[in-house]
Design a protein. Structure first.
Length: 50
């Protein structure tokens, strides 16, 4: 589960929406999380191994 901006939420994967906070909770596969939009602590783990 990941928290994403409401505008970037995928309706098919959305588990909860918080319009007042402009956030949503989506159920996403790790490979579907873009490394450039992930927080630093997660972005490094999402980069392909050399």
């Amino acid at each position: 589960l990941v928290v994403v901006p409401l505008a970037q939420s995928d309706e098919k994967r959305q588990r909860a929406a918080y319009p007042g906070l402009d956030l949503a909770v989506d159920h996403r596969r790790v490979e579907d999380i873009a490394p450039d939009s992930a927080p630093g602590w997660l972005a490094d783990a999402l980069k392909p191994a050399d």
